[in-house]
Design a protein around this ligand. Structure first.
Ligand code: ADP
Ligand code: TRP
Length: 332
């Protein structure tokens, strides 16, 4: 099987607008891969339920993720874009897979362990605030992966263990009931490198140093102007590799623009204020089109609903086949 024949699958949890780090590190490569590979891309609203108990918020965030992917130019011929909860087969496969999943595996899941560690650190009961949605999170994720016969699952490093669990569970199932599931493979994107945030550390929700992907122009400018720099004077020569401004610029400009910008740093004579303005103009030029399309879609959610309904129809066709195979193997 050539690489482009492989079925790619990924879920994005609707928990708020992604930042530029998520965009460069995860979304952009996914959208690129969807140009050549059949891709299942769903909004993992069921996975958000263990932490978000406000239906309006889930619905709003689901629209945001869908609109964002469409606005970024996701190829909707190769990519099946849908809402996880729209496919009834997922709830069924989840229930069936419970019976071949060892409890001990769930005890070791990062998502659950992180919650336990936090409770222990706070002196609370280890399971305080842990619902079964969180505890069995990896089983639902396994169901997602196996339902659509995925070969490749691109994920961030924090989700790799969950994909390995999907392989374990598929293995237990195949061992018990005969060859039913393909073995999915986790793929961790490393080649883009880490995108720095406003304070120079990795851009991350946890550090409160992010720039939202579709921040309105004014906010984008304000954030960029707040990037922390050292105290070099405009005339001083500067090392571009030590500058967050340059590190961000690299992800948006062409090769020749990047070389030119680096040279301006090294030569001296360009102050950080000027460098920030150049960075803002570049990011804004690249993102203004998709941002306008995003805003248009968010004002026309019926259009998003139609795209998600079409995706659900296509996803369901595959899901029905897989579920029938699993039920036959387990129930005769
Ligand atoms: P956060 O650190 O903000 O919580 P997540 O862990 O939710 O971000 O990351 C989601 C995806 O985005 C992952 O695939 C991750 O590798 C990618 N990603 C997040 N932050 C960055 C960054 N600063 N640079 C590159 N990729 C990133
Ligand atoms: N658990 C993933 C996250 O938190 C989202 C997700 C749900 C997912 N189902 C998936 C990712 C299946 C890959 C494959 O980011």
């Amino acid at each position: 099987m050539s690489n482009t024949d492989k079925i790619v699958l990924t879920g994005i949890k609707p928990t708020g607008m992604p930042h530029l780090g998520n965009y460069i590190g995860a979304l952009k490569p996914l959208i690129e891969q969807a140009k050549t590979n059949k891709t299942f891309m769903f909004i993992a609203d069921l996975h958000a339920l263990n932490s978000i108990h406000d239906s309006n918020m889930i619905k709003q965030h689901t629209y945001e993720i869908a609109a964002m992917l469409i606005a970024l130019g996701l190829n909707l011929d190769n990519a099946i874009l849908f809402r996880q909860s729209d496919i009834d087969e997922i709830y069924q496969l989840n229930t069936l897979l419970m019976n071949v999943t060892p409890k001990g595996l769930m005890n070791r899941a990062h998502s659950y362990k992180a919650a336990m560690d936090k409770n222990i650190a706070n002196g609370d009961d280890v399971d305080a605030g842990v619902n079964m949605g969180l505890y069995t999170y990896p089983i639902l994720m396994t169901a997602d992966i196996l339902l659509y016969n995925s070969d490749i699952v691109p994920v961030g490093a924090d989700q790799k263990q969950h994909v390995e669990f999907a392989r374990d569970i598929a293995g237990y199932f195949n061992h018990t009931y005969g060859d039913t599931f393909k073995m999915p493979e986790p793929v961790i994107g490393h080649d883009t490198g880490l995108v720095p945030g406003l304070d120079g550390r990795k851009m991350s929700k946890s550090y409160d140093n992010t720039i939202a992907l579709f921040a309105p122009e004014k906010e984008l400018k304000k954030k960029i102007m707040r990037i922390i720099t050292d105290s070099k004077a405009p005339e001083d020569a500067k090392n571009p590799d030590e500058s967050t401004i340059y590190q961000l610029y690299k992800h948006f400009a062409s090769q020749s623009e990047i070389a030119e910008f680096a040279e301006m740093f090294r030569a001296g004579g360009m102050g950080y204020g000027t460098a920030k303005t150049i960075l803002f103009d570049k990011i804004n030029a690249v993102l203004a089109g998709p941002r306008a399309e995003y805003e248009r879609l968010m004002a026309n959610t019926a259009e998003i609903d139609a795209i998600l309904a079409d995706g659900a129809k296509r996803a369901k066709a595959i899901a029905t086949e897989t579920l029938a195979r699993v039920k036959k193997a387990m129930l005769g």
